[in-house]
Write a protein that binds this ligand. Structure first.
Ligand SMILES: NC(=O)c1ccc[n+]([C@@H]2O[C@H](COP(=O)([O-])OP(=O)(O)OC[C@H]3O[C@@H](n4cnc5c(N)ncnc54)[C@H](OP(=O)(O)O)[C@@H]3O)[C@@H](O)[C@H]2O)c1
Length: 253
């Protein structure tokens, strides 16, 4: 672990005196670059940036290259994330990942993190608003599960470069509805067009009326800020967590 001068950290509503930590960006595309811009506000100095070219098959993640790194934020691709996360754990690096489209490998990655004794926060969506939206979707599903006249849908739209469809966020919303006892069909659909930063919608429709819950992201900044908040949180934690653990509290692992 590295140490350096103290700085004043802007932490949403209050200024907190904190030690500057060294941050590695694994994936330096749209999200990585935005996180770099905002990192000083969260007490981070960006000390490493890895891309597909500098990190083929996770080969850029070595003990030497990461000797001074306190935490990594990983926003890469569904094809590269699993190898990156396993290598980061084996290199003893605390990690936050926002990459989507890899949830079927969660057990494999969790085993690597637990074996290494490191900490990982993962989420297909680092927006505070979406985390609250998911709680509302769960509550609505619970209230409507015994009202058979209502049919349900789940829909999202994102920019046309987004590779996974439906999004991890939409699938997580549907799973939350299921966990709250909604067993009837949920019609799921997705659109990819233009530059859209992301809208998710959960709806219930009956002969009498329609209930619509909608979250619309204005830009990517909320995701970047959430990932940076999670990176401060995971610095001294062991185990595998989601962004909801960061926001709504959990015991230290
Ligand atoms: N959780 C959230 O809140 C949230 C929000 C927005 C986006 N996302 C997700 O985050 C991911 C990245 O999004 P983005 O918009 O930043 O994508 P992007 O602009 O396409 O950037 C992807 C980056 O990953 C790099 N990369 C490719 N292979 C790599 C490897 N082996 N190691 C390290 N980096 C590698 C690319 O480098 P090259 O250019 O050299 O290939 C590029 O810098 C996507 O899965 C997206 O769906 C999640």
């Amino acid at each position: 672990m590295s140490s350096s001068a103290n700085s004043t950290l802007l932490c949403s509503t209050e200024d907190v005196e904190t030690e500057t930590k060294q941050l590695a960006l694994v994936g330096y595309g749209k999200m990585g670059r935005l996180i770099e811009q905002l990192a000083p506000e969260y007490g981070f100095q960006v000390a490493a940036r890895l891309t597909g070219k500098s990190n083929p098959a996770a080969s850029g993640i070595t003990r030497e290259a990461f000797a001074n790194i306190d935490v990594a934020i990983e926003f890469s691709t569904p094809e590269t994330v699993v190898e990156n996360l396993k290598r980061l754990a084996q290199t003893n690096i605390q990690t936050v990942t926002g990459t989507t489209g890899w949830s079927k490998h969660l057990n494999e990655v969790s085993d690597a993190v637990k074996q290494a004794g490191t900490g990982l926060v993962w989420s297909p969506n680092f927006s505070v608003g979406v985390a609250i939206f998911r709680k509302l979707a769960g509550l609505a599903a619970e209230l409507l599960r015994d009202e058979p006249e209502y049919g349900a849908w789940a829909w999202e739209i994102h920019h046309d470069a987004k590779k996974d469809a439906p999004s991890g966020t939409l699938l997580h919303l549907v799973e939350t509805m299921r966990q709250h006892g909604y067993t009837r069909n949920i019609n799921v659909s997705a659109n990819r067009a233009g530059m859209h930063p992301g809208t998710h919608e959960i709806g219930f429709d009956s002969a009498a009326d329609t209930i619509t819950l909608r979250h619309a992201a204005r830009n990517r900044e909320g995701f970047a800020r959430g990932a940076l908040k999670a990176a401060r949180w995971v610095l001294d934690r062991k185990g595998v967590y989601t962004f909801e653990d960061v926001l709504f509290g959990t015991a230290r692992g």
